[in-house]
Design a protein around this ligand. Structure first.
Ligand code: BDR
Ligand code: CA
Length: 315
């Protein structure tokens, strides 16, 4: 039986891996209907993340996708960015032309609220690929939307891999831990793709060359982005390539059988400066705190890259 495509809102801070995630979603209309894409400050400041989002939509040949700019800073803390990973523009690597498609006038938070109020309850999935500022702000401003959200499938956090921006915390959660705390306590069904799984979704020479061999502009861009992006993780972890963090979210929506995880309790550290933004994940069930998230730990990386290459090849 075929299902109608799942309605999603992508919330993002591109970022080369965010860009690949957006391409994967826009290449998959039979699975996903992208209602809009919200930009948030994260890897780079908001003026760059909204610009980069529009560049990626144009690259996908989808200039009609609605792109909204959201929050330009975390709820309580100063913005921390990651130019050391993604480069000055956030999409360093290939030469990219300025986008010509428009940015929507509406604020991303208003778009999220309006969409969740308009669409039937439980039919819209939120897909955060960056700090959770836009999502938490929408929840704070309009608590009536919380029970209407179908699911939140997000990239963030870590348990076994611990931190990538501090020894204890993963970047997306660290940048806005207070927003993450609101989302993890919201009671909404959560699927979390942490570093534990994204560090298993690694590029290598063959996987990058498969993108290049598509012979298309999007294929070449993905190859050049991952070429750029992988130098950082290879130097840091001694790994074979770069983790494609954010595409794991979209791949999970398309084919959850690629992944495995556990329903567990996950809480966010917001008190201690030393461990700020840590995702305290009860993987081993040592507390009786109720499960609030499906925390993913495993991936079939070969099938993941096969899906990614096949779908990007359609664009
Ligand atoms: C996350 O941080 C960003 O640098 C990536 O885009 C990803 O969303 C990984 O920690
Ligand atoms: Ca991201």
């Amino acid at each position: 039986m075929t299902h109608p495509p799942r309605k999603i809102i992508i919330d993002t801070d591109p970022g080369q891996d965010d860009a690949v995630a957006i391409l994967l979603a826009l290449a998959s209309p039979e699975d996903l209907e992208v209602l809009g894409i919200c930009a948030v400050a994260g890897n780079v400041p908001l003026p760059l993340t909204e610009r980069n989002t529009r560049i990626v939509c144009e690259l996908a040949g989808k200039p009609d996708v609605r792109v909204f700019a959201g929050c330009d800073r975390p709820l309580e803390r100063p913005l921390v960015t990651a130019e050391h990973v993604h480069g000055k523009t956030g999409l360093d690597g290939p030469q990219l032309a300025d986008p010509t498609m428009p940015l929507q006038d509406q604020h991303a938070v208003d778009f999220i609220i309006e969409t969740l109020r308009r669409e039937p309850a439980h039919t819209v999935t939120l897909c955060p690929l960056g700090p959770l500022t836009n999502i938490a702000t929408a929840m704070q401003r309009a608590p009536d939307i919380i029970p209407r959200i179908g699911q939140i499938v997000l990239m963030g956090g870590a348990y076994f891999e611990v931190g990538n921006i501090t020894p204890a915390a993963e970047f997306n959660i660290y940048v806005d831990p207070h927003a993450a705390d609101i989302v993890f306590k919201s009671g909404v069904s959560l699927v979390v793709l942490p570093l534990d799984v994204t560090h298993k979704a690694l590029t290598n020479r063959a996987r990058i060359e498969a993108f290049r061999a598509l012979g298309t502009e999007p294929g070449r861009m993905v190859a050049e982005w991952t070429d750029f992006f992988e130098r950082f993780d290879m130097a840091k972890y001694g790994s074979e390539g770069a983790p494609l963090h954010d595409p794991c979210v979209i791949a999970y929506l398309i084919d959850p059988s690629l992944f495995e995880g556990r329903h567990i309790n996950v809480e966010i550290e917001v008190q201690s400066e030393l461990t700020m933004g840590m995702t305290v994940a009860d993987w081993w069930g040592v507390t009786d705190r109720p499960a609030n998230a499906l925390f993913i730990g495993g991936i079939d990386a070969d099938r993941f890259f096969a899906l990614l290459t096949d779908r990007i090849g359609r664009l």
